[in-house]
Design a protein around this ligand. Structure first.
Ligand SMILES: [Zn+2]
Length: 252
C-alpha cells in the first residue's frame, strides 16, 4: 500500500518536474522572440482645412457673412440649374442652384420621401440685384437695424453663392418660419442634412457667431467631407470650424 503510494507520488513529482522544465524552456525561447514594440503613429487622417478656399465665391467652402461679402459682389455662379425636386415657384430664377447643390438636393429629397416626407424648395439662388430689391423693401417697411436682423445686405447673402437653399414641406406649412423646426420635415432635415453635404447654417444657439436669427429651413451645401467632419466634431458654424471669428453685425 505504502509502496504503491510512493510510486504514485514519484510519478506525480516526475511529471511536475518535466512540466516546469518544459515551461521554462518555452518562456526562455519566447523571450528570444520578443521584439521591442514601438507605438505606431495614429493612422487616422487629419482633416485638411485648406483643401478648398473659404474666400473664392466659386469654392464649396466659401464663407459669406456680415464681415465677409461675396467678392466680387457681382458674382454669378457659372453652373446654375433647376433641381429636379418640387419647386415653390416653378420657372422663377430663385429656383436655381449650383449643379453640385442640385444633385445633393435631389438625393436628400429622395431620402426624405423614402421616409414618408415630401420636401419642397422654397428659395435657392438670388442675384445681387434681387437682394438689392429684397433688402431695400425690408428697410423701407422698418429700419436698417430691423432689416439687418432678417435680411442680408446685397453682396452678403449666402443665396448669391448658389450653395444655399431654403427648404419647406410640400404642404408649404411654416414656410420660412421657425415653426418649421418642430414639423417632422424640419426634424428630419436637422438630423439628416449632413449626410447629403448640407449644414443648417443658422442654428438657434449660434446667433452671436453668425449674426442671423435661427433659420431651421436654410441649408448650405459644403460637400459631404466637410458636413461629415463638422457633424463628427459637433461644430455647427463655418466661422468656428475655420476659426474665422464671429460676425454678429456689419462693421459699418
Ligand atoms: Zn435662406
Amino acid at each position: 500500500m505504502v509502496k504503491r503510494f510512493l510510486k504514485l507520488l514519484g510519478i506525480v513529482l516526475f511529471l511536475l518536474v518535466i512540466g516546469i522544465g518544459v515551461r521554462t524552456f518555452i518562456i526562455r525561447h519566447d523571450k528570444k522572440e520578443l521584439v521591442p514594440v514601438t507605438p505606431k503613429a495614429s493612422t487616422a487622417p487629419v482633416f485638411d482645412k485648406k483643401q478648398f478656399s473659404t474666400s473664392d465665391p466659386a469654392s464649396i467652402w466659401m464663407v459669406v457673412n456680415k464681415h465677409r461679402p461675396i467678392n466680387p459682389v457681382s458674382y454669378v455662379p457659372a453652373d446654375l440649374v433647376i433641381p429636379n425636386v418640387p419647386l415653390r415657384v416653378p420657372g422663377n430664377d430663385s429656383m436655381q442652384v449650383r449643379k453640385v447643390t442640385a444633385t445633393a438636393l435631389e438625393m436628400m429629397f429622395a431620402a426624405a420621401k423614402a421616409d414618408g416626407l415630401n420636401l419642397m424648395l422654397s428659395s435657392g439662388y438670388r442675384s445681387y440685384q434681387y437682394q438689392v430689391g429684397l433688402y431695400n423693401g425690408y428697410v423701407a417697411s422698418s429700419s436698417v437695424a430691423e432689416a439687418d436682423k432678417t435680411s442680408a445686405r446685397p453682396g452678403y447673402s449666402e443665396h448669391q453663392s448658389g450653395l444655399a437653399a431654403d427648404i419647406e414641406p410640400a404642404s408649404e406649412k411654416c414656410d420660412v418660419d421657425v415653426c418649421f423646426a418642430q414639423l417632422p420635415e424640419g426634424v428630419w432635415l436637422a438630423a439628416n442634412a449632413y449626410k447629403y453635404g448640407f449644414i443648417i447654417r443658422y442654428t438657434s444657439d449660434k446667433v452671436p457667431v453668425t449674426g442671423y436669427t435661427y433659420e431651421p429651413w436654410h441649408v448650405r451645401y459644403v460637400g459631404t467631407a466637410l458636413s461629415n467632419e463638422m457633424h463628427k466634431e459637433k461644430i455647427e458654424t463655418l466661422e468656428e470650424f475655420f476659426s474665422l471669428g464671429a460676425a454678429p453685425s456689419y462693421s459699418s
